[in-house]
Design a binder for this molecule. Sequence first.
Ligand code: AP5
Length: 179
Amino acid sequence: MNVILLGAPGAGKGTQAEIIARDYNLQHISTGDLFRHEVSQETELGLKAKSYMDKGELVPDQIVVDMVQAHLSEEQGFLLDGFPRTIGQAQALDAALKTQGKQIHFVLSIDVNKQALVDRLLSRGRSDDNLSTIENRLDVYQNQTKPLIEYYQDKDLLKTINGAQAVEEVAAEIKANLG
Ligand code: AP5
């Protein structure tokens, strides 16, 4: 099974991805975590990514797509968390999967209202969780990532999950949709 988790910053993608990947034995690929690892190791890729992450901008598509392709396992089903984030990334993913004879089975969009997102991120306090960067991340989500909802609706893959519930309740709703 191959799954994509969509959602605004703070929607709970990472939190849910850990639960779902563990319970369904999926490879969890978080592009944000991969970039943060590269930043912590001060690699060339990390230094490039950091300048975008600090501002809450998206890292350019080609860099992200190459990184995801390098991490996708041949054998195991995967759960993508924070990728794709643009139509360009989604198209690149479709093309890559097609060459491997694979497909996406479910796209879950975790929905949470803006004020709750801001409150969650401010109380977490990661280095990109300051108010001006959060506002920009939310704008970037609206403008560049939200169009993916329609993209996957058109492919009949999208399910919307109420993310404004307790963590266990969100996980239960996701599992009910995965069948
Ligand atoms: P990324 O790491 O993907 O960050 P994000 O999308 O901003 O997501 P977050 O990690 O903030 O939120 P989340 O939805 O995972 O929620 P979480 O579970 O952590 O990306 C960071 C940056 O990397 C980007 O800005 C960009 O620069 C770059 N990047 C990454 N991917 C990219 C791509 N594909 N293309 C280009 N650039 C890319 O939860 C948040 C908080 O809420 C936590 O404290 C958690 O405990 C809490 N919480 C979770 N669920 C609940 C709940 N149900 N109730 C109450 N609290 C909850």
